[in-house]
Write a protein that binds this ligand. Structure first.
Ligand SMILES: [Zn+2]
Length: 286
């Protein structure tokens, strides 16, 4: 038979059922009652389901609180125990033992269970929140480390490249017969600069330059300028995003005999046959 309204009894039974504190027989009977569609008891149990659901979700490794039933049983027994001695009346005749309303136990029970639940839930909730915060912190750290790692990798690659370049520069500078040609910024880019390290032994140029980053579709081109003022392309030189360039160029032996200057111009991507743009840097081969 369905209940019409929430009572202490319905609250107590749903609570104990949710806690697994009903006897097997009681639990079966309650399940049958639920299946019969009592809206009151279903509402009661659904309240606990959300709590037990969250508890289950929150702490899957934590076993159900077995102590809870023991605690409840102990309290039930204590509450139900009749007073040891009945208080004596004024006349000395014993007063009739007050009949203990069963509802007093029921009144007490849902409160005790609710308190236990609240404590348990608060604990679990705090734990979940702490775990959640810890996870968030770890994730943040991981993201930071990853981006740090990416940056370090880039920096490391750049540093390795720089070390290799410096190593080559040093090897040219320390080899006998090497020459240095300084490239000075010209009218279109006065702050631009560069240098050519001429490895006369291997007849190659190590060209370093600091130029404005080239516009899209443009590229820098290096020129050998001969004593006869002929401009011979030494090839396109690449710059990084900041306009820094390090290029190694083999110098044709016939060119090396008549080169008087070196220049860098801005040209259409791919280079030009002859310089079309103003000179950015220029240096005399002394
Ligand atoms: Zn019911």
């Amino acid at each position: 038979m369905n209940h019409n309204q929430t009572t202490e009894e319905t609250q107590e039974r749903a609570t104990l059922y949710a806690l697994g504190a009903l006897s097997q027989h009681e639990a079966r009977a309650f399940e049958v009652h639920l299946r019969e569609g009592c809206p009151v008891c279903q509402a009661e149990i659904s309240q606990y389901e959300s709590v037990t659901g969250e508890l289950g979700l929150a702490a899957p490794a934590v076993p159900p609180p077995a102590y809870l039933r023991e605690l409840l049983v102990a309290r039930l027994e204590r509450e139900a125990a009749p007073p040891a001695t009945a208080p004596a009346g004024a006349s000395g005749t014993p007063l009739p033992t007050p009949v203990r309303a069963p509802s007093s136990v029921r009144l007490y029970l849902p409160w005790a269970v609710a308190a236990c639940f609240a404590a348990l839930f608060a604990f679990s909730y705090r734990s979940i929140r702490q775990i959640g915060q810890e996870i968030a912190r770890q994730q943040e750290r991981l993201v930071a480390l990853q981006s740090e790692g990416e940056q370090l990798k880039t920096t490391l690659t750049q540093e390795r490249m720089r070390v290799q370049q410096l190593d080559q520069v040093r090897s040219v500078l320390t080899s006998p017969g090497s020459r240095v040609v300084l490239l000075a910024g010209q009218g279109s880019a006065p702050s631009a600069s560069g240098a050519v390290l001429w490895d006369t032994h291997r007849n190659r140029w190590l060209v370093t330059a600091s130029l404005p980053p080239p516009p899209v579709g443009k590229a820098y081109q290096l020129w050998f300028i001969t004593t006869a003022q002929a401009k011979i392309s030494a090839g396109v030189i690449r710059t990084d995003v900041t306009g820094q360039s390090f290029t190694i160029i083999d110098v044709p032996s016939d060119v090396s005999k008549q080169v008087a200057a070196a220049a860098i111009t801005l040209e259409p991507e791919g280079g030009s046959e002859q310089p079309t743009m103003p000179i950015y840097v220029l240096g005399r081969v002394g």
